[in-house]
Design a protein around this ligand. Structure first.
Ligand SMILES: Nc1ncnc2c1ncn2[C@@H]1O[C@H](COP(=O)(O)OP(=O)(O)O)[C@@H](O)[C@H]1O
Ligand SMILES: [Mg+2]
Length: 272
């Protein structure tokens, strides 16, 4: 699979440009601030529907423009694939072979990309959030269910945090609803962790072979997933669900309206 053609309209400093790529290695050479990184970013956005550089998508539109379009032709063994992504202040639209996709999670994964930038060294050196983001981005491309669970998890978490605030302020009293939200959170969270464990086990195998070949088998590389919530290694989805559910219940039982606990629950948000 390779990207044979890329068209950009009003994307960053590209007003209207069409570029053809070779199936081999392509090298971009240019002056400082000429748009090399912008071009790589455009390819990344076309594949992932979001930028690796910014979460503010308005930055991607050329200054003073309302809409940007990125189109690409992907050559695959099974034939050509046309991808089209429209970005505007109102939102995003994605098309595959001219057909609009109802969900972005269905669109992501049509073209697989891996971005390696100097900042990626922070994958090893940096905070856990960097590693989670990496896993979310890479695994999301090959497993739409993973992306679906992740977006559901985030939505429920938001809703639950809002409800905890209401409980705290005395504007709500229904603990059954809190229990339902907690269980849903545990359900999506356990799916996410189980899929991450599966993904990391696969990745470990590839990485081990590479590590062996570059160290003449002198070094053995292993991956371990450490969750800040609970012990997760070698657990099934059901076991993970049980663990997460009880962790959420214990923390909620302890005077759920107390400021301190509220902070703990908010902190859990960063785990995903
Ligand atoms: N939204 C935007 N609209 C127009 N120009 C932009 C936008 N965002 C960045 N630029 C321009 O893009 C250029 C930087 O491009 P970049 O790809 O980072 O350069 P480099 O070739 O050094 O990697 C700057 O000139 C900047 O003004
Ligand atoms: Mg650059």
């Amino acid at each position: 699979m390779y990207l044979s053609e890329l068209t950009l309209k009003d994307f960053r400093n590209y007003k209207d440009v069409k570029i053809s790529f070779s199936p081999q290695i392509n090298v971009l050479i240019g002056e400082n601030a000429q748009g090399k990184t912008n071009l790589l970013e455009a390819i990344y956005v076309l594949a992932m529907t979001r930028s690796h550089r910014t979460s503010n998508e308005r930055e991607l539109l050329t200054f003073k423009k309302e809409q940007a379009t990125i189109c690409g032709t992907v050559e695959r063994k099974l034939g050509k694939l046309k991808l089209e992504l429209m970005l505007s202040k109102k939102g995003k639209k994605a098309k595959v072979n001219h057909l609009e996709q109802a969900r972005l999670s269905q669109y992501i994964g049509q073209m697989n990309v891996i971005l390696f930038a100097p900042e990626d060294l922070s994958l090893v050196k940096g905070a856990p959030a960097v590693r989670r983001k990496f896993v979310n981005m890479e695994f999301g491309q090959i497993d739409p269910h993973y992306l679906h669970n992740l977006s559901q998890y985030r939505a429920i978490l938001k809703q639950r945090n809002r409800y905890l605030k209401q409980l705290q302020a005395g504007k709500a009293t229904d603990l059954v609803l809190l229990g339902v939200l907690s269980d849903q959170l545990a359900a999506f969270g356990s799916e996410i962790i189980a899929r991450r464990l599966k993904f990391l086990a696969k990745l470990e195998k590839y990485a081990q072979d590479i590590q062996k070949s570059i160290t003449c088998s002198k070094e053995e590389l292993t991956f371990e997933y450490e969750s800040s919530i609970a012990e997760v290694a070698a657990k099934t989805v059901d076991e993970l669900y049980g663990t997460l559910r009880s962790v959420l219940r214990i923390t909620t039982k302890k005077k759920y309206f107390k400021e301190q606990l509220y902070m703990v629950l908010i902190a859990m948000m960063s785990v995903f």
